[in-house]
Design a protein around this ligand. Structure first.
Ligand code: DGJ
Length: 749
């Protein structure tokens, strides 16, 4: 069992061969935090690590003691009104207005495995021996309320997952004003904080800052995890880099408003809290009721950032994503959005589909515009029945024709939204998540539906179910194209309003769950105006997500690089689109567009019925290539080799878990004048094994056979392309240049 309770010292030690996490019941019955980091040999007592030394002016809760102040002690789930004036893990209001509480240790339970979180996405185990769980029960007897803190440690991963559950048994109830999923006090502040920040079309750029006194963090109050920030934080030692040093990763399995915050106090203690954003949150708990926080996932690495990412990748790919598609190679798709936007009919769609079939595409996805009378973004969201003017045979007719061509059929929905010009809105104007007595914002002419109401979710469910039940649909793209603004649940009382934002997300999760259960073979891809909901919560329901609306290859290198800090390659929707690109109007070669898109789920998003034969031939080859390598790409181990945020060149690599084959991609943005020679150092190979290196496209150079140690420590020259047109080397022929190398162990030839 990886969790020990030491009776005498009242300490819990959660450990595996990589990490330790130690908690102690303090003298006043509250929980103190002792240690989180690299594995420590188990022993009866680690209490010496707790620093009690007094500091002037600190409040001391125990009579006669002036060296026990929660102001300075490192705690497990710090509370408001206890002498600790730092940001608390939770705040709870009682009927008389008091927020002072005293939750003390009442008992615990240790068991193998991990429980599910009802109604919420969470990391899971398939066998009990994969993980062990500790539940610590804290109680405030005066208000008959319990907090159950739950910790799961995985045996194979350096991972701890946490959440808190509140249970109330008090007649008059209590009100939760804030309840983080977890809190962690660290003994110093010698870290840099890394977050993923961005905007529409440039999601998840890594951003680093030195920790300073006070509060720093990222958040969303937009109703979705957002383009702007991601529910993720990293603390890394200042010397740490991609391949060395201590790194702590924190990720929240949640898709709504979140807070991920780091506070440094004036004695350099660093407190990390993560959970639902407390803004507008007010949850009344009546007698016999419970509240469950989402799950926080903590990953520890003493081998740098890339190792942290690899743990997140494997954990989220195999123990967060679920269902039929978890292990399967993802279908190569074509999506009509950038090919037609709203302007299509069945004939046009079939023209694209026929060409797509000829080049080897496996799935045709019909995007926005197939329903109601939608010819633009101003109407019909919520009216999920086919537009028979555009598609005379409906979705069923079209899907059957696509299937007859030998491809699967996929369909776009935006279940959480409506337009004023829709049957849904005309019959249910009070279903908007807005104070409809006032003016309220539209965004792209659309409005958010109040998914906190069961009847709204039910209505949408019935419509989607009808479409999906009637036609052979194998894939669903679930979009969400705007953030919240004037949040109000019409017709519901005052008490409901503080619950709405979280209830909304629970409504989204419940709809996903119902559809997944009913249509277990459908592959879901989540999307939110590009990548505004690329979060772990979504991955539990949809194993892949649209990474960004920006499909430009140069921009995508940055977006996919940043996304890889947390999310596996198998989850990143990546398409080859037109040149010039529709977002940044840049021209890039088909080769470069492919070289970026392979590192994801891969597909096309352009009007291939208009392309010249030679481009179609090249696409055929790209598809053959992806089919051959996608298992390794989507299930292998991913390395970031050179950051696009630090210069003109970048590189990444994926290697099969048995180290027998790898793909390395090198990208260069601008062509330098008389550029220097560039080498890329591969990772993860067997030092003494021989590998054959071949360039996949471009000059298709044979780079000979090398030992793994040569490729990793002496490196591979990427700026030495002999072949070229008119005697000019390829690498000197312009901007937006890329090369792709396939590395294969010689004995496998
Ligand atoms: C936003 C998505 O990100 C796009 O891919 C496309 O589906 C549009 N919405 C359709 O409205």
């Amino acid at each position: 069992m990886a969790i020990q309770f030491h009776e005498k010292s009242k300490e819990f030690h959660l450990f595996n061969d990589k990490i330790s996490y130690i908690i102690k019941v303090l003298e006043n019955g509250q929980l103190g935090h002792v240690y989180y980091g690299k594995h420590l040999t188990d022993r009866e007592e680690f209490g010496y690590l707790i620093e009690y030394a007094r500091r002037d002016m600190a409040p001391y809760p125990m009579e006669g003691r002036s060296n026990f102040s929660l102001e300075h002690l490192k705690q497990e789930y710090p509370t408001y009104g206890s002498g600790d004036t730092r940001y608390p893990a939770f705040e709870l209001e009682q009927a008389d207005g008091s927020r002072v509480v005293n939750f003390t240790y009442k008992g615990h339970r240790i068991f193998p495995g991990k429980k599910e979180l009802e109604g919420l996405p969470a990391v899971y185990v398939e066998k009990e021996n994969e993980a062990d769980t500790l539940e610590v029960v804290l109680e405030d007897e005066m208000i008959r309320t319990k907090i159950i803190l739950s910790y799961t440690i995985f045996r194979k991963f350096p991972v701890i997952t946490r959440h808190a559950r509140f249970e109330c048994d008090l007649e008059e109830g209590v009100t939760l004003l804030n309840c983080m999923s977890g809190s962690l006090d660290l003994p110093d502040k010698e870290y840099e904080m890394v977050e993923l920040a961005g905007a529409w079309n440039r999601e998840r750029y890594p951003h680093t800052r030195e920790l300073g006194y006070g509060i720093q963090g990222v958040y969303s109050m937009r109703g979705c995890s957002s383009h702007q920030f991601n529910p993720f934080l990293m603390l890394r030692r200042k010397q740490a880099d991609e391949s060395s040093g201590e790194v702590l990763g924190f990720s929240l399995v949640y898709s709504g408003d979140f807070l991920a915050q780091v506070e440094v106090d004036n004695f350099d203690v660093t407190r990390v809290v993560m959970g639902i954003h407390p803004n507008e949150f007010r949850w009344e708990l009546g007698k016999g009721e419970e509240f469950q926080t989402p799950e926080m996932v903590m990953v520890y690495s003493d081998k740098g950032m890339n190792a942290m990412s690899q743990v997140f990748h494997e954990l989220y790919r195999t123990r967060l994503a679920r269902g039929t598609w978890r292990e399967k190679e993802r279908p190569i798709l074509i999506n009509n959005w950038e090919a037609t936007y709203f302007d299509f009919n069945e004939e046009k769609i079939l023209q694209i589909a026929e060409k797509a079939k000829q080049i080897g595409v496996e799935l045709f996805v019909l995007d926005d515009g197939w329903f109601g009378k939608r010819d633009g973004d101003n109407c019909s969201l919520g009216d999920w029945y086919p537009n028979l003017k555009k598609l005379p045979g409906g979705i069923k007719g079209l899907a059957e024709k696509i299937e007859a061509l030998g491809m699967k059929f996929g369909l776009w929905f935006e279940p959480e939204m409506t337009n004023k010009d829709s049957d849904l809105f005309r019959s249910h104007p009070d279903w908007l998540l807005a104070d409809i007595r006032r003016t309220y914002c539209h965004s792209r002419n659309q409005y958010v539906l109040d998914f906190s109401k069961e009847e709204v979710v039910d209505y949408i469910y019935r419509q989607m179910r009808k479409v999906l039940g009637e036609a052979p649909v194998s894939y669903v793209k679930w979009d969400m194209n705007r953030a919240f603004s004037e949040v109000f649940s019409n017709g519901r009382g005052k008490n409901w309003q503080g619950k709405v934002r979280h209830q909304y997300i629970l409504g989204v999760y419940s709809l996903y769950e119902r559809l997944i259960r009913e249509f277990p073979d459908i592959l879901f891809e989540s999307c939110a105006s590009g990548g505004a909901r690329f979060d772990p919560g979504m991955l539990y329901y949809a194993p892949q997500a649209w990474t960004s609306d920006n499909t430009d290859a140069v921009e995508r290198v940055k977006i996919q690089y940043g996304t890889s800090y947390v999310y596996p390659i198998s989850s990143m929707g990546s398409h080859v689109s037109a040149s010039p690109n529709h977002q940044v109007f840049r021209n890039t070669s088909l080769e470069m567009r492919g070289n970026v898109a392979y590192f994801g789920t891969f597909g096309y998003e352009l009007d291939i019925s208009k392309l010249p034969e030679e481009e179609l031939e090249m696409m055929k080859e790209q598809i053959r290539f992806m089919k051959q390598h996608r298992k390794m790409i989507q299930q292998g181990v991913f390395y970031r080799l050179k950051s696009p945020f630090e210069g003109n060149n970048s590189a990444w690599q994926v290697i099969s878990s048995d180290k027998r084959e790898a793909l390395m991609a090198y990208f260069r943005t601008l062509q330098p004048a008389q550029g220097k020679f560039e080498r890329i150092y591969l990772k993860g190979l067997e030092e003494t094994a021989q590998y054959e290196v071949r360039e996949c496209f471009g000059a298709r150079m044979d780079l000979g056979v090398h030992y793994g140690d040569e490729l990793m420590y002496a490196g591979l020259s990427v700026s030495d392309c002999a072949a070229g047109v008119d005697g000019i080397a390829r690498e000197q022929q312009g901007d937006f240049f890329s090369r792709l190398f396939y590395v294969k162990k010689v004995e496998d030839r």
